[in-house]
Design a protein around this ligand. Sequence first.
Ligand code: GCO
Length: 475
Amino acid sequence: KKLDNFPEGFLWGSASAAYQVEGAWDTDGKGKSIWDDFVRIPGKTFMGTNGDVAVDHYNRYKEDVALMAEMGLKAYRFSIAWARIFPEGTGKICQEGLDFYNNLIDELIKHDIEPIVTVYHWDLPQALQDLYGGWENRQIIEDFNNYCITLFENFGDRVKYWVSLNEQNIFIGLGYLRAMHPPGVTDYKRMYEANHIASLANAKAIKSFRKIVPDGKIGPSFALNPGYPATCNPEDVLAFEDEEELNAHWWMDVYVWGEYPIAGMKFLKEKGWAPTVLEGDTELLKEGKPDFMGVNYYRTGTFEKNPLDGVGIGGFNTTGKKGTTQEEGVPGAYKTKRNEYLETTNWDWEIDPTGLRIGMRRITSRYKLPILISENGLGEFDKLEEGNIINDDYRIDYIEKHLRACKEAITDGVDLIGYCTWSFTDLLSWLNGYQKRYGFVYVDRDEQDEKEMARYKKKSFYWYKDVIMNNGKDI
Ligand code: GCO
């Protein structure tokens, strides 16, 4: 049976992250984050781009919220920069930081836009990295909890939807195995240890949340890449199962059940890479069960048997030229394969709306939790044409198909509470600079004149406005 409308009260949203939009990297007492330093290491980001100014949202938030209001947006997901609140990560609070987010939240509420706050979107205070190695030290569980309590106490009266860790699987995987994110480490053992500590911090913060914001909802945002076996050869199916264990289940089982998947753990123990689980850890993890699973969805992955040994990971394309993904020779229990049934973006990301439906069904069956799509969208080279027009029909097509998949998933029984596109305005792509654009609003970010920053509504802006107005009726 075809669903007519999306559920009542559906959170039609859009999302961003502090480092990618705010700029003002050292303004009003803000401390440095690990990204502020990392982007200055030559060769780490596309042409050395950084978020020093980003799209100047720190100074233009009122203008941006006015555009959201004009669009009729129901929810806006943004993140808080830890180092704006605690410049040193812990200790002294920076009042200007609290003021900025208080003002942003009030501005959203004034326009009937539900704030969805991400507490951690990758910008760890550099001070904590220097002091004790950041996520590799259990002291961070306390410091993160203290930071979260400060946010819950200051904003919990008005903010009822919270995202705890954003894409833990990405910031840990790229930070500790691929060296593409700070702290730029390549070490399986350190990766799994840091990851375990991050999970504990996540659980502890959720526990605190229950006491301080009892009427609120909180969950992590997981970067979901649903997997497929490359063929029906049982060896490939097994490779796909291994990938599920060491990817989706490795994180989500812990969020929901506080336990690691059995086959995955067995494999890592044999390798000597398993995390150190101390007494009391499992109990804490179990106490930090989320209210919903946040899903950031861009693509699926296809897996086949890897003749080599280890944990496999796919390649990355940071060029914006199709077919240039570097498959790295990482040994793995599985390896990635191009899916011949799917078109890809210029960054070789498979476009797969059905994959979103499949992924949400898997989460629903396994964890029985509501889902918030906390990110979904298309990164493209948009063109500003004569008359300040941006014809991004490809983005409309992408989002429409993914929304249709959402509707179908709801008819399948998925409890979907909202959908946030990535992103509202164009913003900094961590590794791809400003050329890979995701927004409904084009930012004319002239590299020569960073103060320019004019905002122009893309065609997709008007389209999404209609979708929201009709509660997705025509999807
Ligand atoms: C990029 C990425 C990001 C992520 C987001 C993850 O191009 O840098 O697509 O924008 O989607 O930060 O949460």
